[in-house]
Design a protein around this ligand. Structure first.
Ligand code: NAD
Length: 363
């Protein structure tokens, strides 16, 4: 029986439309093989939406997203919109999309593909085989806590204030996503906090520890964030799934990403309690190479695989896409950003064609 899904496509700006086109072709090809039918609806976000409507996230776009099973986003932003007031900036559209869909969990895998080990800065033996998932809380913590702002003290000094706060329920819902993610992986969860100094972290540690009873198949450990940063660089292979708050997750997920050495390869997922998740590459809109058919579409294609795995519960189709990416890299195809000696240089479209040819052999 065919399973049908409504997917909102948000190509956005810069290289967005180019990499999105490749991901859509790949989804269609795998869908045909696996009896999945996709109904795609394209909508405006970011600079493209500002140009057309004056707003970075038109209500019509949010409504389309809410009515779909999943949202596939490319990237937003570019020089043209950099000097607009904050509420009209492309990035504001992205934050509004996350808020509008209640996306509180950000999943960022850092997987080293064997073909690209040499693109990483640490030594080969340190990074070879790294496969980490960072689960970051996205809508709470110090980025949203109150009071916040610039105040004046009694002596006339300026005082900048932000508040790191989490409630039981905010911790429990991200904890649930993290334990379930670890269950789908190797069953090891490391919770990162600063419980030796911060009360908010003590609460975080207590709640996560209490939840572990419900997940006997997951082994839970805890690390202070300073130690976690060190361990990520020293011996990243010790990690499977990491769960942490908004600020620590922001920093650690970028550090983990850099282990892989190639920003054009990294997908992400942002999930809510129910409703559609948003699946997008970690990189931006790369305005420096936009419109030149030079972009690496693989992070976008791997985001589509994450959408199948985490959003549509179609892990076999996700496996197939990930396998295709693996094979084209094995065959030596490289876009400019991951090019090395002796490999076959391809354009964005060329990489898409190589993927389709590989998927064709899976029949
Ligand atoms: P960027 O990720 O767009 O680009 C950084 C560098 O990496 C550039 O040299 C670019 O050419 C290269 N690069 C990025 N993705 C690539 C790909 N798929 N293939 C080949 N090369 C790639 O970051 P930036 O230059 O700091 O930002 C550019 C714009 O993107 C800004 O407007 C920024 O606000 C926006 N941005 C958007 C997102 C998002 O949509 N989630 C994330 C980060 C930055």
């Amino acid at each position: 029986m065919t399973s049908s899904y409504r997917i909102t496509l948000l190509p956005g700006d810069g290289i967005g439309p180019e990499i999105m086109a490749v991901a859509v072709d790949v989804l269609k090809a795998v869908g045909r093989q696996m009896d999945l039918s996709f109904e795609f609806e394209e909508a405006l976000i970011g600079g493209a939406a500002i140009d057309a409507t004056g707003e970075p996230l038109p209500q019509a776009t949010l409504d389309t997203c809410k009515g779909s099973d999943a949202v596939l986003l490319a990237a937003i932003g570019g020089y043209k919109w950099d000097n607009l007031p904050r509420h009209q900036r492309p990035e504001t559209g992205l934050l509004a999309l996350r808020a509008g869909l209640g996306l509180f969990a950000n999943l960022r895998p850092a997987t080293i593909l064997p073909q690209l080990v040499d693109a990483s800065s640490p030594k080969r033996e340190v990074v070879e085989g790294v496969d980490i998932m960072v689960v970051r809380e996205l809508t709470g913590g110090i980025y949203f806590g109150t009071p916040k702002g610039l105040f004046e003290t009694e002596t006339g000094e300026k005082r900048g204030v932000n508040t790191m706060a989490y409630t039981d329920s905010e911790i429990d819902r991200i904890g649930k996503v993290a334990f379930e993610t670890a269950q789908k992986r190797r069953g090891q969860l490391c919770s990162v906090d600063k419980a030796n100094v911060l009360e908010v972290s003590q609460l975080w540690r207590d709640r996560i520890t209490a939840m572990a009873e419900d997940y006997p198949d997951v082994t839970l450990s805890h690390l202070y964030v300073d130690n976690a940063a060190m361990q990520l660089i020293r011996w990243p292979k010790q990690f499977d799934t990491i769960v942490t708050g908004n600020l620590f997750g922001d920093i650690l997920s970028d550090a983990a990403a850099m282990l892989t050495g190639s920003i054009g390869m990294l997908p992400s997922a942002s999930l809510g309690a129910d409703g559609p998740g948003v699946y997008e590459p970690v990189h931006g809109s790369a305005p420096d190479i936009a419109g030149q058919d030079k972009a690496n579409p693989l992070a976008q294609v791997l985001s589509a695989a994450m959408m199948l795995r985490y959003g549509l519960n179609q892990p076999a189709a996700a496996d197939r896409i990930e396998q295709a990416v693996n094979r084209v890299l094995n065959q030596g195809y490289r876009t400019g950003d991951i090019m090395s000696e002796g490999m076959i240089a391809v354009s964005c479209k060329g990489m898409g064609e190589a993927l389709l040819a590989t998927i064709d052999t899976f029949k």
